[in-house]
Write a protein that binds this ligand. Structure first.
Ligand code: IMP
Length: 192
């Protein structure tokens, strides 16, 4: 077994999103961390991704009585002044991908980025946050049956396919979530 695949530590991921759990499991197991999952919920305060992740991680760690991670993520579209950003969840549930395409029907600059912030906390410490970003372009239609939410709209830089056309392992190689979780994993493993 390669060294980095040997499980060295474990952590509990607080989320209600099964897609995120599966992606995070693939990423962290490869980095030597096993993942447990708990869907206990936490208040999502007003603020940027870091604020939400910090507050959520601290709240959940104190409530559960053990170290946890939470994630706050979003899609940031330059031509829409970085909308939907921190409103990504609400926008996905209301106007959805079709609504985004409509808002962008006359827009030439299709630049967008996905951002993911992992918040880590233990019951007795202050929270830490880890940011991951992936750059790309918003397509002109939804393409692909893999992934979730905005994935069929988002074409990462250097690829013709959308995230929606990529299987989980491929998306996991360079996604925003991969980058934030990898930063977290390296730090976590260095913490004795
Ligand atoms: P959350 O608040 O971290 O759950 O993320 C906000 C919203 O961004 C989610 O409900 C999804 O709609 C969207 N989102 C987050 N990550 C991804 C992703 O990897 N692919 C597609 N959509 C995502």
């Amino acid at each position: 077994m390669p060294k980095e695949r040997q499980i060295q530590k474990s952590i509990t991921f607080i989320t209600g999103n099964q897609h995120k759990v599966l992606e995070a499991q693939g990423i962290l197991n490869n980095l030597g961390i096993s993942l447990e999952h708990a869907d206990i919920g936490y208040p999502e305060i007003q603020g940027n991704l870091e604020d939400v992740a910090r507050y959520g991680a601290q709240y959940a760690a104190r409530r559960l009585g053990k170290p946890v991670i939470v994630e706050d993520a979003g899609l940031f579209i330059k031509a829409l002044k970085w909308f939907p950003g921190t409103y990504s969840s609400y926008v996905q549930e209301t106007i959805g991908n079709k609504g985004i395409l409509k808002l962008m029907s006359d827009v030439v600059d299709r630049y967008a980025e996905f951002r993911s912030v992992i918040g880590f906390c233990t019951p007795k410490t202050e929270p830490e946050v880890f940011l991951g970003t992936v750059k790309g372009q918003i397509g002109y239609e939804e393409i692909g049956r893999f992934g979730f939410a905005y994935d069929p709209l988002f074409h990462p830089e250097g690829y013709e396919e959308s995230f929606g056309e990529m299987k989980r392992d491929e998306k996991n190689r360079f996604s925003h979530r991969r980058k934030s979780l990898e930063k977290f994993a390296l730090w976590y493993k260095s913490q004795g």
